[in-house]
Design a binder for this molecule. Structure first.
Ligand SMILES: NC(=O)c1ccc[n+]([C@@H]2O[C@H](COP(=O)([O-])OP(=O)(O)OC[C@H]3O[C@@H](n4cnc5c(N)ncnc54)[C@H](OP(=O)(O)O)[C@@H]3O)[C@@H](O)[C@H]2O)c1
Length: 241
């Protein structure tokens, strides 16, 4: 049975991906913040006969990450999926930037995935699939003003994954980033185009179909690619404007 490790497994997309990978026959190491051990996640784990295992892991805490990596040291991880992220709940005008919040966004959205890739690289290298995927956002590539801090963290994490690709490709690792679509969650007033379960199915197919030549790419959920820095204006039905 192949193993997948997810961060942010208690979130909307993270939990949908946890259910999807489990349903497809994967063992899921579902990592999340302590407060995100939702009843739904706990129930899914307790009904899984050990195939969904929950680990408390804060992607900004190196000691915490190292402890989880150590507890899984004998496991291979075929897919490492960075889902954890801090989203935005409102824009900030130029001149009123909240720099403390921006630091927090960078620690979670950009530095966190790099920490997790480094901490679990040995586990991924032991696997057959050797995939590292981070959920970024096309907001980080769209040439528009607004949501500057969040946008910058997502732009940067796409570049981080490109760098991970360059660092590990010769060892067979496929490292890439993806936009998850505009997913309907309470974070965006449930205005998204697709549900978390719909998008989890698309992202599962995307990840499952990755080939070595896909390393370093930035994907839309349908498997088409975006540029990491883009001037693309084409708005797909699941894309954010
Ligand atoms: N929904 C969309 O339309 C959309 C579009 C583009 C990109 N994304 C990205 O997709 C990912 C999942 O988003 P979502 O919509 O499912 O939002 P979500 O429900 O808020 O999921 C994010 C999860 O990450 C967790 N998290 C925050 N800080 C963390 C930390 N330091 N360590 C570990 N986990 C942490 C959150 O916990 P708390 O809730 O307790 O903070 C939450 O459970 C995010 O990276 C987001 O930026 C979403």
């Amino acid at each position: 049975m192949p193993n997948v490790l997810l961060t942010g497994a208690g979130g909307y997309i993270g939990f949908a991906l946890t259910k999807k990978f489990y349903a497809e026959g994967w063992r899921v190491f579902a990592t999340c913040l302590p407060q995100d051990r939702t009843p739904e996640l706990e129930t899914a784990a307790s009904n899984s006969e050990g195939d969904i295992q929950i680990f408390e892991m804060d992607v900004t805490d190196p000691d915490n990450i190292a402890a989880v990596a150590n507890s899984l040291r004998d496991q291979s991880i075929g897919v490492l999926l960075n889902v954890a992220g801090l989203t935005v709940h409102g824009d900030i005008k130029f001149g009123e930037t909240d720099y403390a919040m921006w630091d927090k966004h960078f620690a979670i959205n950009t530095v966190g995935p790099m920490r997790v890739c480094e901490a679990f690289a040995a586990h991924v290298l032991k696997s057959d699939r050797k995939i590292m995927m981070t959920i970024s956002s096309r907001i980080g590539a769209n040439p528009k003003y607004g949501f500057v801090g969040y946008r910058a963290t997502k732009s940067a994490v796409s570049q981080v994954m490109f760098q991970v690709h360059l660092a590990l490709r010769e060892q067979g690792v496929i490292a890439c980033a993806c936009h998850p679509g505009w997913v309907s969650t309470p974070n965006n007033g449930n205005k998204g185009a697709l549900t978390p379960d719909q998008i989890a199915a698309m992202l599962f197919d995307l990840v499952d179909g990755l080939q070595p030549e896909d390393g370093g790419k930035f994907f839309d959920p349908d498997g088409t690619t975006l540029q990491i820095v883009t001037q693309q204006f084409d708005q797909k039905p699941y894309g954010m404007t």
